[in-house]
Design a protein around this ligand. Sequence first.
Ligand code: ZN
Length: 107
Amino acid sequence: MPLYDFHCRNCDHEFEALWQRGQRAPACPECGRRRTRRLPSAPALRLGTDSAPARIARRARDYLVDGKVSQAARFLDRAAEHVKDDRVKRIRDRVHRARQRKGSKKK
Ligand SMILES: [Zn+2]
């Protein structure tokens, strides 16, 4: 079941929930209301599929190819929270190290 970000219009809380198209909107964990709306979220962040790490790696590579290192790092931080996988963790560590090197080289 895919994981989505939701926003509560009642209390402004943002949270993540497993949700399937066609289901009722999940109740807000803060206030319990169902005045929640789904936020656009990364399609790579899906649980329960073997190919999630591969998709995450591909997407991270796309960012890096475009030179968007900090975006790649943010994406990988987020991905690593949801997908416990050595490959994702390794890529994430590598991108973070690359960022630090880049930062320290500034003139
Ligand atoms: Zn709420």
